[in-house]
Design a protein around this ligand. Structure first.
Ligand code: MF3
Ligand code: CO
Ligand code: CO
Length: 278
């Protein structure tokens, strides 16, 4: 049984109920998400061969401080960084460190700012210098997966429509969908109900309703879908060491479809890739 609850009257913990937010709440999310998107825009010029992921992480921390926002990952379940930086075969939750990025790497940078209590959660892929054609194709496929998932969002449809759209496209492109991590309700909480699977069928999952806010964040591999988590307890990598990519938006369900809160204000939704005519 799915349970929906007005966000204002709900306890601030994940009870399994799906929060429905108001127009004022959407305005709060818009601000937090715009700040995250502005940070991800700035990072497009910072990501270069030789730059360490710790330097990127420091920028994310300071940009947040300068704008009255706290990175949600700081001290989250024992995580101690302001961002996740996932390089090449790292699927997600890569921990920033002092290793410099190298020409040809592909890196996901995932940032969540808390601004006025609202969580702006988004990530993008950044090519480091010139990358292989196969890597570029993986980024293009993964971005398209995210946008096809978003296009499946409207009240009355089930969340499985998102997963079906993503899985169908990824597999038609001979890529695979990671099953071990999913999108999630977001808003007053960082990780809330419902889980948004990036695979499945349109008749599965809870019905989407106006006022729901969640992320879509497909992780797509060039090889097999299987992942393992390293002994640091965070870093998830592909078992076959094939490259993996991820883009993430936070969206709100509207009367007719959805609003993407984390769109790039500078047109850097796909940093380092040729602009789309979409
Ligand atoms: N931002 C990630 C997400 O999209 C979660 C990172 S949690 C961390 O849900 F602890 F690994 F940082
Ligand atoms: Co997320
Ligand atoms: Co994220």
């Amino acid at each position: 049984m799915v349970n929906y609850i007005e966000a204002v009257s709900a306890p601030l913990k994940n009870t399994g109920a799906i929060r429905l937010y108001t127009a004022d709440d959407f305005a709060g999310m818009r601000k937090a998400c715009l700040l995250t998107a502005r940070c991800l825009d700035e990072l497009a010029a910072i990501v270069q061969p030789g730059v360490t992921t710790n330097a990127i992480d420091r920028f994310v921390f300071e940009f947040g401080m300068d704008h009255g926002a706290l990175p949600a990952t700081l001290n989250y379940r024992g995580y101690t960084k302001s961002s996740c930086t996932s390089i090449n075969h790292v699927v997600c939750h890569g921990i920033p460190d002092d290793k410099p990025l190298r020409e040809g790497d592909i890196v996901n940078i995932d940032v969540t700012y808390i601004l006025d209590g609202w969580h702006g959660d988004s990530s993008r892929m950044y090519p480091v210098g010139v990358i292989k054609r196969a890597s570029e194709r993986l980024l293009e496929v993964t971005y398209e997966c995210l946008m096809r998932g978003i296009e499946a969002v409207r009240p009355g449809a089930r969340t499985g429509a998102i997963g079906e759209a993503i899985q169908t496209y990824a597999e038609a492109e001979r890529c695979s969908v990671v099953r071990d991590f999913c999108g999630h309700g977001v808003g007053r909480l960082f990780h809330d109900s419902p889980n948004i699977l990036h695979y499945g069928r349109a008749d599965e999952g809870p019905e989407m309703k106006e006022g729901m806010i969640f992320t879509i964040e497909p992780m797509i591999n060039l090889g097999k879908p299987h992942v393992k988590v390293l002994s640091d307890g965070w870093t998830a990598v592909t078992r076959d060491r094939s490259p993996s990519a991820q883009y993430e938006h936070a969206i709100g369900v509207t009367a007719t479809g959805c609003e993407i809160f984390t769109l790039s204000p500078g047109g850097f939704d796909r940093p380092g890739l040729p602009p789309l005519s979409r």
